[in-house]
Design a protein around this ligand. Structure first.
Ligand code: B12
Ligand code: SF4
Length: 570
């Protein structure tokens, strides 16, 4: 019997029985289009609760459903014995799956409370709590201590009147919204070293349910969290300073002490050969923070991915390269056009972008990934395509194969809490969804174009989809020309884009001619073609991965951590 079992749902619960042209919505993240990755928070919550003596486990239903057509999630749900279930509704694209998993869990365990948490649960807490199968919603970006207190109430059978950040229903069904007062100012109380996860895998003899995403066993990339919240205010971001105030009552970011962060990086690096992704721009807490981190992490020779939120100085990257010799950069200027970039909340120049790339490549960055986006405020179709021309200019200048540009649409949803969502009119967005249920229903549409929760004043849904495919096609050709992808792979990507475009037209045509039932049947007939066109739509997903060799894990170290569970020393 567990005290708490965390469940991660696919974005659409019955995705295996449906035919949805998901398009490029997840091309630039490790997940498949059903977003089978669970939040990092599962690891920190689990570690924290276990330290307090609770028995906790994770079941990544989404990843298991992706990996095996035979896996029956309902059977697993029915067999779990636990005092409570915890379900993430962190990312809004889980609006359908998370609710459906809650409904099924409640159907099999009517007396077991169901707890929701995450950014989207926070935003829609009053709507969420009205579902008969939702008992508690923990709001905010930090739930470790509130969840522990809630668990104590669940065990004792008492009313959680004193649990901060909690929205809950009492036995009469009356809704209570406790104050949002738990907003930690630092991240030093967290454990994010994945060791509790490794031990739980051994304890439960169950690797698949703990895998953070379906493809993780082959590519075990892990993250180190430097910050919660953000100093920046990107228009489309539901984690921006503006959104953090609105959702989590967070007035300023909370940082992990740089020495602790360095230790996290080292511990993660001991388990896996895949990169450690250091989340958050290290300069956000000031240069002193970054320099303390560099001193503490010195000598780490694993691959580390760092993010820049704005251009860097040469001196900074020199220090970075000295501390983390195998570093990769992720940088997202969003558009080549400074005016569009400004409207996106990023006020820097193209010169800043180019000096940043030059400096990083010069000091030995292993790779520089540059991300552009389609669906921005003030971005016309021409502008989105001119971004590809800018990529040509950059690749001509930085042509040793380490600069890799990407472009993808803002999809499927506008982030609730972002300026684009809250001040849609001012930012030039037209919203098609307001409630949680609106988003849930959008997920059942047949293509990503119809699922999109917005249009902009400059591009409607049709144009957004068409421009995305065209930009993807042109960028793919450019990458082939500059040797960034092989001719064979480029040809496969081009074939997928062409097929996706054709399918989009066919489905559009079916939609205009058929009623709902006939459309569903026609879509199922197209399912093999749709599924084949669904991943790596505008670029090959594997372009994002770093080579990790035939054995991505450091097996001996993993074994040592695992044996720690049974009393052997590490
Ligand atoms: C890191 C990050 C990622 C990483 C994922 C890391 C991970 N596994 O968590 C990557 C790059 C892979 C990613 C991908 C995506 N992301 Co992202 N991501 C972020 C980022 C930059 C930081 C998130 C963060 O700080 N997490 C740490 C904290 C806050 O969360 P946490 O510890 O995981 O969870 C705590 C609480 O949320 C809560 N909690 C969470 N779940 C649960 C469940 C229960 C039961 C309880 C009680 C509590 C609880 O308690 C946790 C512990 O205290 C934010 C922007 C930002 N500055 O916040 C965007 C953000 C969260 N991502 C966002 C989006 C949209 C996505 C994508 C859908 C984008 C896309 N189309 O591909 C995908 C989804 C990936 C998937 N599930 O498969 C939006 C979410 C908006 C929304 N409300 O839907 C954000 C806000 C901004 C953005 N646009 O990038 N993302
Ligand atoms: S997108 Fe912008 S606001 Fe959001 S986390 Fe990144 S830098 Fe911060």
């Amino acid at each position: 019997m567990y005290d708490l079992v965390f469940l991660h749902a696919p974005s659409v619960y019955d995705f295996r029985q449906r035919a949805t042209l998901w398009g490029p919505i997840s091309d630039l993240v490790p997940s498949t289009p059903v977003f089978d990755m669970y939040p990092i928070g599962f690891a920190t919550l689990m570690a924290y609760l276990q330290q307090q003596g609770f028995q906790v486990r994770i079941a990544n239903l989404a990843a298991r459903m992706v990996r095996s057509a035979r896996f029956e999630p309902e059977k697993l749900l029915a067999s779990i014995e636990t005092r409570a279930f915890g379900i993430d509704l962190h990312w809004l694209p889980h609006a359908h799956g998370a609710l459906e998993v809650a409904r099924l869990a409640k159907a099999h365990h009517p007396d077991t409370p169901i707890i929701f948490g995450g950014y989207s649960a926070t935003y829609f807490h009053t709507e969420l709590i009205r579902y008969p199968y939702v008992d508690y919603v923990l709001r905010g970006d930090s739930s470790e201590e509130p969840l522990e207190r809630l668990m104590q109430h669940i065990v004792a059978g008492t009313a959680p009147t004193d649990v901060p950040n909690l929205t809950w229903k009492d036995r009469q069904g009356e809704v209570h919204v406790n104050a949002l007062t738990y907003i930690p100012e630092s991240l030093d109380h967290l454990t994010l070293d994945y060791h509790p996860l490794v031990r739980a895998v051994v304890r439960d003899r169950d690797l698949l349910n703990y895998a953070p995403f379906s493809h993780w066993l082959e590519y075990p990339i892990m993250a180190a969290l430097s910050v919660k919240g953000c100093t920046q205010n990107c228009t489309i971001c539901g984690g921006s300073a503006f959104a953090a105030r609105c959702l989590s009552g967070r007035q300023r970011p909370a940082y992990r002490a740089p020495e602790k962060l360095a230790e996290d990086v080292r511990r993660v690096g001991r388990l896996s050969r895949a990169p450690v992704f250091i989340l958050g721009d290290l300069r956000q807490a000031g240069m002193d923070y970054a320099q303390r981190f560099f001193r503490a992490v010195q000598g780490f020779d694993g691959t580390a991915i760092v993010e820049f939120f704005y251009p860097v100085e040469r001196a900074y990257v020199e220090e970075l390269a000295a501390a983390l010799p195998n570093f990769l950069v992720e940088f997202s200027p969003e558009s080549h056009d400074p005016a569009v970039r400004r409207a996106s909340g990023k006020g820097y120049s193209n010169q800043g972008i180019e000096e940043t790339i030059a400096a990083c490549l010069d000091v030995g960055a292993r790779r520089f990934d540059l991300f552009f986006m389609i669906g921005l405020s003030q971005q016309t179709p021409e502008s989105a395509l001119q971004t590809v021309d800018y990529c040509r200019t950059l690749l001509t200048r930085f042509n040793d194969g380490r600069l890799i540009p990407f472009t993808s649409p803002l999809a499927p949803f506008l982030d609730p809490g972002s300026r684009a969502y809250e001040q849609a009119d001012d930012c030039g967005y037209l919203r098609h969804a307001t409630t949680l249920d609106d988003h849930r229903r959008l997920l059942l549409q047949p293509t990503w174009k119809h699922i999109l929760s917005y249009e902009t004043r400059w591009m409607n849904r049709d144009t957004l989809a068409e421009v995305t495919y065209e930009a993807g096609l042109r960028l793919n050709r450019l990458k082939r020309e500059f040797g960034l992808v092989s001719p064979a792979r480029a040809q496969e990507t081009e074939a997928r884009i062409t097929e996706a475009r054709a399918l989009m037209r066919e489905i559009e045509d079916l939609r205009t001619r058929l009623d709902e039932e006939a459309l569903a049947r026609a879509l199922i007939a197209l399912k093999p073609r749709i599924d084949a066109a669904n991943t790596s739509t505008v670029c090959d997903k594997s372009e994002l991965d770093v080579q990790v060799g035939w054995m991505p894990f450091k097996v001996l170290n993993l074994a040592r951590v695992a044996l720690g569970e049974t009393g052997f020393s590490q």
